[in-house]
Design a protein around this ligand. Structure first.
Ligand code: BGC
Length: 496
């Protein structure tokens, strides 16, 4: 197939330059490739763009902390700081059978969780992959799909005897998108994130929509609590490690939750809750710096991602950090270098020009490649994009992946530091339960977060330790349902 690029540079009406190259059939000297020196020069430019100095990080932490405080004081702020009506930490004596449904960014998961007390549990689960189409179809249809899957799961487990026939099980619904809550079994979707766009859902109570689906499919379950994956992670992690103070998700999306005193949540003062009572806050910190773009170091690639997303201006922090976007950042850089005639002259580049074709998992694999020749990177470019690479180019791609991945981890450290400094956790230290594909699978991500915390706080940064969290959207959601049931049975804030 003829190349769409050539040996001439053409000025397009839009002002962009297009370099074209024609390879003749007698051309057997191999494809033209950038020299090692050219790649090194380019790398220097990107290092300057993606590097975050400790000083810059400290400035971000300050602004972040102010945003968190503003979110606690008033409704409708950029970082929503959502009161979750999860009252304090679990006691560890929560027991019983619970259903948990988790509508995540990539999968739908339905679980049967048996809490056995003393931090012990058992879980049986089924996972269903969500298609890109499902994320955009009518909201009620999406919930009906969840209801249908849950029905099939319950039926199957009634057959095996795990779920007793005739029983109505309490259900924890993990819905990991920002929802404003007036009480624990209610949540109005503020905005879709992570590429979802199902119409007629934003501005609606998602619990009511899901209840409708449960009725439609005659599912013997009662929704007790709506939680977000991060709140669930906070609770599940504390259930097994009581030193936990903060939980974070670094996956397709990103977010954090922590426990706050009610007296420090001025926007719910009118509810008359004991000011000393603790309540989990779902920060929804992916929204930090949205619309204003005053504090985060956005490159032109980040801006392109934002402007061409289905939610321009929103989730500014998340778009620099989360797994949904990191591969796309790298792809945009590669495409720019293709357009400048630096990379892949004479090769057909249409595959890599498809938006979001460069999975963030590729960055992980590139960083992990143990071979001198970088064989893994050869494989990725060859197999997925039909492109040939030289060693110099592969080293460049690997270095780029490192820059993008490292910036994500260092920005994540800024978010954690903002909560630590707001809550005064630095001196005594705290454990941060973390989950999500980036944290669990991206090489060096936790180490880079820790390095970032030390750059921000100096030696004392070592007091803040992240660790692999417990499953928040399954176990955590079940514990929240158990805590809520016990609280309501004891008539403690029964209407919340
Ligand atoms: C959502 C959060 C969620 C996070 C991690 C974000 O896009 O807004 O609710 O906790 O992703 O899944």
């Amino acid at each position: 197939m003829a190349s769409r690029r050539g040996s001439q540079t053409v000025q397009l009406p839009s002002g962009q330059t297009l370099t074209t190259f024609t390879k003749s059939s007698t051309d057997d000297e191999g494809l033209p490739h950038a020299t090692k020196k050219t790649m090194a020069d380019h790398l220097r430019k990107f290092e300057a763009l993606f590097n975050l100095t400790p000083q810059r990080m400290r400035m971000i932490v300050e602004a972040f902390r102010e945003s968190l405080e503003l979110g606690l004081s008033k409704n409708g702020q950029i970082v929503p700081m959502i009161p979750t009506y999860v009252f304090g930490w679990p006691k560890g004596d929560e027991t019983g059978n619970f259903l948990a449904v988790d509508l995540g960014g990539t999968n739908l998961r339905v679980c049967l969780v048996t809490l056995e007390g003393k931090g012990k549990f058992e879980i049986t689960q089924a996972k269903y992959r969500l298609s890109e189409e499902q994320k955009q179809e009518e909201g009620q249809k999406l919930f009906d799909f969840c209801g249908g899957c849950l029905k099939a799961f319950v039926d199957a487990n009634q057959e095996t005897g795990l779920i007793p026939k005739g029983s109505i099980l309490p259900l924890g619904f993990t819905f990991s998108y920002p929802c404003s809550q007036d009480r624990i079994d209610h949540g109005v979707l503020i905005r879709w994130t992570k590429g979802f766009g199902a119409p007629n859902t934003e501005g609606h109570d998602v619990v009511q929509m899901f209840r409708k689906s449960l009725t439609k499919h005659s599912v013997p379950a009662e929704i007790v609590a709506l939680t977000c994956d991060t709140t669930g992670t906070l609770i599940a992690s504390h259930y097994v490690n009581p030193k936990t103070r903060i939980a974070c998700i670094f996956g397709t999306g990103c977010n954090a939750a922590y426990m706050e005193k009610v007296k420090d949540i001025p926007k719910i003062a009118h509810l008359g809750i004991d000011p000393e009572q603790e309540m989990a806050i779902n920060c929804e910190w992916g929204a930090f710096d949205s619309f204003e773009h005053e504090n985060l170091p956005r490159t032109k690639y980040d801006q392109i991602i934002d402007e061409s997303s289905n939610k321009p201006g929103e989730q500014a922090f998340e778009k620099l950090i989360s797994g949904r976007y990191l591969g796309e950042i790298l792809r945009l850089i590669i495409c720019e270098l293709i357009d400048e005639g630096v990379l892949f002259l004479g090769q057909n580049t249409y595959k890599i020009e498809i938006p979001y074709s460069f999975d963030t998992a590729f960055l992980s694999l590139m960083e992990m490649d143990p071979t001198e020749e970088l064989l893994m990177i050869i494989g990725i470019f060859n197999h997925f994009f039909a492109l040939e690479t030289t060693l110099a180019e592969r080293q460049f791609f690997r270095a780029l992946a490192k820059l993008v991945g490292r910036r994500a981890a260092r920005l994540s450290a800024c978010g954690i530091a903002a909560i630590v400094s707001k809550m005064g956790y630095l001196e005594e230290g705290c454990a941060v339960g973390a989950d999500g594909s980036l944290y669990n699978k991206y090489p060096m991500f936790p180490e880079r977060v820790h390095e970032g915390l030390q750059d921000i706080f100096g030696e004392k940064g070592k007091n803040i330790v992240t660790y692999r969290a417990e499953d928040g959207s399954g176990i955590g959601s079940a514990i929240v349902a158990a805590m809520t049931k016990a609280r309501k049975d004891a008539q403690i804030y029964p209407t919340l």
